[in-house]
Ligand binder design. Sequence first.
Ligand code: 13P
Ligand code: SF4
Length: 300
Amino acid sequence: MVEKIRALLKKRNAILLAHNYQPPEIQDIADLCGDSLELSRKAAQTSAEVIVFCGVHFMAETASILSPEKTVLLPRTDAGCPMADMVTPDKLENKIRGLSSSKKRVPVVTYVNSSAAVKALSDICCTSANVISVVNSLEENEILMVPDKNLARYAAMHTDKKVHFWEGFCPYHNLLTTKDVQKARDTYPDAVFMAHPECRPEVVQLADVIASTSGMLAHASQSDKKAFIVGTEVGLIYPLKKSNPDKQFYPASLAMECRDMKKIRLEDIINCLESMTPQVNVPENIRIPALKAVERMVSL
Ligand code: 13P
Ligand code: SF4
């Protein structure tokens, strides 16, 4: 199957991208692994005509926003993100209206884990790695953050601005409790605890390192510490071990396994490259304003 995929990628002049949470066999054959924005930005710089995105729907949309001239394939249409689905354009417009006055529209900071249509209604995007700088870069003293309430609360701890948050969350990161962290710390007393800002604020407060998936990979490689408790989706353990074979990585909770991130199989990649479906296209009336919000973040 791996040989077949490589041959099809060549035939289609395609690049295979895998998010850090994808299953090991997919990360192993990918041309690039990383976090969602990093992957889309790198893919936009290549001469490939086709992007096969092994991740979830909003990630393929971001690739399409940044590379409208390329064909973007998502090997499984049912690979979505429950958190991204917690905010819809209609509901967001209502909320913006409720928080805005006739003179001033509340600025909207949108986490990249969101649909293109929601990004299109936003002033600026953010990632888990740059959220604090993005929030503090805005002139306004009052902002709305969507869709992750945990990321918004984390940002609120690092700004003087009033942060209105959306009631969204990642069902997997939100599962991690302070009790789980205490248990892991008792079992591995010398380990560094790394937490993703999608975790609950009380969990994030216990962390030695707060980082995105790529931030955790970078930290573990640079650190002289030998053991780490990993407070994010369990798929990250594989690239952490692969890049640091002399170090130990322990999941903070085995319950943090994202079902959508595990849907794509090698045969789905073969099928999509053979049929050139399913494609993800963002219509221009959504792509242009969504791109503006992404570019504002990137330029910052
Ligand atoms: P990052 O890889 O950007 O940290 O995102 C985490 C995540 O939950 C992606 O779905
Ligand atoms: Fe969405 Fe959470 Fe899965 Fe990431 S881990 S795709 S945020 S549900």
